[in-house]
Design a protein around this ligand. Structure first.
Ligand SMILES: *Cc1c(COP(=O)(O)O)cnc(C)c1O
Length: 498
């Protein structure tokens, strides 16, 4: 199996190369040349397997240049009780007839990013070794909160790597900030930027693509790679939990083998929902994919009209990980829907770069709406969803999951589609205690983050993740706040090079 760039399909690389490099040099994203298939018989045989066995079976189809031993080493290193609070790695909560919550936040940083970022360091270091590269891998991350912490935990003390995370000084929740500034590990650093997430992201991209920076790293026997979802090593692990959730529902007798389900995903960069699309294309019986947005509803409009237009107001919402107007992974979907037309993708993405807008062909729009439905949730609707779900089903959701809950409810009501549906639950409510308590109407005055955690524990009856409560006594290690112009010198300072 080879991987090609969405902007130059004559470029073909192995999965190890795609993972080590992160992004193609032409600015395109790596995609598998063909999507491997998974038969109903295979799905049936996965039903009585563990998460790790299911993961190994799916990875074997995508990472054909990895040996079985290498795949097992990666899978077993990542998915264990050291990194997750449940043996099943993910859990499914049955809300009511036909509606299931796929809880993807049982990893140590309490967001779904752990599902991929616990294994990415393994995939990356094995890839680098396979390719015979003897360089230190430097990971630069721009984060609006969840990716930063998950990447730090994943790469902490991993030999041959160093990781530096930039976050917008006022753009993350209190708990997210504490998670990052108290980070342990010898090869990690965290730095706040005076600016917003876009400033951090633009700064990182500039450093990534600057040839003089690359040369300096080269002279010091170092190379950059990416831990963002543009890296195929983030996408592949996410396909697995959709396959696994389907087999779990079959095993539990909730659905018949072969019965089609719908999946609804709270979406930002389009990585998580794209993984569900890959699962569907492989053969998992999935009918509709419902793409849920918050007030930053660029994708809702795109699915409806075929016009992608980022020229609009940017809203800061209580679901910050979805506050994004350029959904990078959409490029991979459009590449597939265009029949792998790299020239076409190059054209529309250069339009996006210069005008902030493109419109897809009627054929692509048609194909898009065969599979995808889109909707969005306002701040008020998100709050109501948290309250309703809490009062009716005694289930406490975080602010991102609530967006999906609301959007799926509207979808089911307006279409009459009564299929069984899985909603991706992407974060623990404890990461957003203040917003969740506010929605339920139980937000006390003048409480610090840990007092709020305790109130939420009493209200929700859910155990507090140890990884969050233990932050209370951890010393803050990283206090630097720099301007965006200082990012490059911060990288050199961190790496100890001139
Ligand atoms: C990152 C994130 C999302 C968005 O996922 P994408 O793959 O970027 O679409 C949704 N919810 C939470 C909690 C997240 O951390």
């Amino acid at each position: 199996m080879y991987y090609q760039s969405t902007r130059n399909k004559s470029l073909r690389v192995s999965s190890a190369q795609a993972i080590a490099q992160g992004i193609s040099e032409d600015g395109g994203l790596f995609v598998p040349c063909e999507i491997p298939s998974l038969s109903l018989d295979e799905i049936k045989s996965l039903c009585d397997k563990s998460y790790n066995e299911r993961a190994a079976a799916i990875f074997a189809k995508y990472l054909t240049d990895f040996t079985e031993a290498e795949i097992n080493y990666c899978v077993n290193g990542a998915y264990s009780l050291k990194n997750f609070d449940t043996e099943s790695i993910t859990e499914i909560a049955h809300l009511f007839d036909g509606r299931y919550m796929l809880e993807l936040w049982h990893g140590t940083t309490c967001a779904f990013k752990d599902m991929a970022l616990k294994i990415l360091p393994y995939l990356l270091t094995v890839s680098v070794k396979k390719l015979g590269i003897d360089k230190k891998v430097v990971i630069l991350v721009a984060t609006s909160g969840d990716t930063g912490k998950a990447a730090l935990e994943g790469f902490k003390d991993v030999e041959g790597t160093q990781i530096l995370v930039f976050y917008p000084v006022d753009g993350v929740s209190k708990m997210q900030k504490l998670q990052m500034t108290t980070q342990e590990g010898k090869n990690v650093a965290v730095c706040a930027i005076k600016g917003n997430f876009d400033d951090a992201q633009t700064g990182v991209k500039r450093i990534f693509t600057d040839h003089s920076v690359a040369k300096k790293l080269e002279q010091n026997n170092m190379m950059f790679s990416s831990a963002n979802s543009i890296n195929w090593g983030r996408l592949a692990p996410q396909i697995i939990y959709y396959v696994s959730a389907y087999t779990d529902l079959v095993s539990a007798g909730e659905i018949e083998l072969g019965e089609k389900i719908n999946i609804c995903v709270p979406t930002g960069n389009f990585g998580n929902i794209l993984a569900a699309y890959y699962a569907k294309m492989m053969g998992v019986p999935i009918n509709k994919l419902v793409c849920a947005s918050n007030s930053n509803n660029v994708l809702t409009d795109f699915i409806k009209t075929g016009v992608y237009d980022r020229n609009r107001k940017f809203y800061t919402t209580m679901s910050p990980s979805m506050d994004i107007l350029i959904s990078s992974n959409l490029e991979r979907l459009l590449y597939i829907l265009s029949g792998c037309d790299d020239e076409y993708i190059k054209k529309i993405y250069s339009e996006l770069g210069s005008t902030g807008r493109f419109e897809v062909t009627p054929e692509i729009k048609e194909k898009l709406s065969e599979t995808f439905a889109g909707g969005f949730s306002t701040e008020e609707e998100t709050k109501e969803a948290i309250k309703e779900c809490y009062e009716k089903y005694s289930y406490t959701m975080d602010t991102h999951t609530a967006v999906a809950f609301h959007v799926y409810d509207s979808y089911a009501k307006s279409t009459g589609d009564s299929s069984e549906a899985v909603i991706a639950s992407t974060a623990s409510p404890y990461k957003f205690s203040a917003s969740v308590l506010d929605a339920i109407g139980k937000l006390p005055d003048n409480c610090d983050e840990f007092e709020l955690t305790e109130v939420l524990r009493q209200v929700s009856g859910m155990p507090v993740p140890e990884s969050l409560s233990s932050l209370k006594t951890k010393p803050v290690r990283f206090k630097d706040v720099i301007s965006k112009e200082e990012m490059e010198s911060a990288v050199y300072g961190f790496l100890g090079i001139k």
